[in-house]
Design a binder for this molecule. Structure first.
Ligand code: ZN
Length: 389
């Protein structure tokens, strides 16, 4: 995933770093990129919610495959995009509302979106229990999962990918380039000569990563609004967004005890003893990137957790947290054990890449949460050291 190259020795704050050299004009470029993305979100030619899924999947991919300096990758495959799309839709294909009377939300204006139907079908056939995570279901039925990915990959190739950047009569790629158009057939896509890569256009990955904190909530809101329109009478807007994108906190609660043990029964943030119940907090805020991996979970006082909310934690905390990724450390071994016992998901490499993408692309002076009612300015160099690993 993260590959070594000569540029790794340069930190994002250094004047010689490629992103510093790109330098001036980047702000204008980012604004132009953001405006195009807004236009694309507004364009109403889609009958299903796929375009939102693709944008969020691209965003997540750029965070997950960032290199050591936090720079995003330059391409991805439709296979990778399909897996990410399934992750995004997974919680949304549970019944909305009270478990027994709950209904499957429609995600297309004509019938059900095919990707949604196939995910539901896979869950019904393969999940050990109705609320099983994707991770557990995939482990339970690896072959059925491969078939699901095959199907979703083809749907993405056929439908949203060649059409996403088509605005009316104008086709103006600004996010990615692909080697096929809307006339693609399944046999050609499955053939040996098919190039399944999306090549990110210059600057697109950087803009996605730097603007992630703005783009994600916007896309989620539009996605929720479209689902609300397609399911009139069934849903109340206020609960819908949380259902579609919210953290499934109930599940993480059972990790409070082993995480407390790991932290010597101290709050991850203030270091004081945890006397009563502890909250399980997502170190990288869920609103920034939905990561339920064990490395991203810390036990904390309810008060510390409530004060941190969706803020990014300050450098001191980042440095301590980064210790979890040191190979062969007692901490990383214990986390692996906790995940194994609880059958909990973990992908430490991915979690660390996302942290680097998020933190190493912050502008100096962004406020980071240090403690209750306490903020400090982001220092890119200090953060780069904390996440050097
Ligand atoms: Zn605390």
């Amino acid at each position: 995933m993260a590959q070594d190259s000569g540029e790794d020795r340069l930190q994002p704050g250094d004047p010689g770093h490629p992103r510093a050299r790109a330098g001036q004009g980047r702000g204008d470029d980012a604004i132009a990129f953001g405006e195009k993305l807004l236009t694309l979100l507004d364009a109403g030619s889609f009958t299903a919610t796929y375009k939102y899924g693709v944008i969020l999947a691209l965003l997540d991919h750029c965070l997950e495959y960032a290199d050591r300096s936090g720079a995003p990758p330059s391409s991805l495959t439709t296979r990778q995009l399909a897996q990410k799309t399934i992750e995004l839709y997974w919680p949304q294909t549970l019944p909305f509302g009270l478990a027994e009377e709950g209904a499957l939300l429609r995600q297309s204006s004509s019938g059900q979106a095919q990707i949604v139907s196939r995910i539901v079908h896979f869950r019904d056939a393969a999940a050990p229990d109705p609320l099983a995570t994707l991770h557990r279901t995939r482990l339970a039925s690896p072959k059925a999962f491969v078939r699901l990915v095959d199907f979703v990959e083809w749907k993405l190739i056929e439908m949203p990918l060649p059409r996403l950047q088509q605005l009316g009569r104008f086709y103006e790629p600004f996010i990615y380039q692909i080697g096929w158009d809307a006339n693609i057939t399944r046999s050609r896509a499955g053939g040996p000569d098919f190039d399944n890569r999306l090549l990110l256009l210059p600057g697109a990955g950087e803009h996605l990563v730097r603007l992630a904190g703005l783009i994600r909530p916007l896309v989620q809101r539009e996605w929720a609004a479209m689902v609300a329109r397609m399911n009139r009478g069934l849903v109340e807007d206020s609960q819908l967004e949380d259902f579609l994108f919210g953290a499934r906190r109930a599940g993480a609660g059972r990790l409070a005890f082993p995480l407390r043990e790991l932290q010597d029964n101290r709050c991850f943030y203030c270091g004081e003893v945890l006397k009563v119940t502890a909250a399980v907090d997502h170190f990288l805020p869920w609103a920034r990137y939905a990561d339920d991996g064990i490395e991203n979970l810390v036990a904390a006082h309810a008060g510390c957790n409530g004060s941190k909310r969706d803020f990014l934690a300050a450098e001191e905390h980042v440095g301590r947290w980064a210790g979890r990724f040191a190979p062969e450390s007692a901490e990383s071994r214990q986390l692996a054990e906790i995940a194994e016992l609880a059958r909990w998901q973990r992908d430490p490499e991915r979690t660390l890449s996302v942290a680097r993408a998020v933190y190493l692309n912050l502008s100096p002076g962004v406020k980071l949460w240090a403690g209750i009612d306490l903020f400090e300015d982001a220092d890119p160099r200090g953060l780069a050291r904390a996440l050097a690993g």
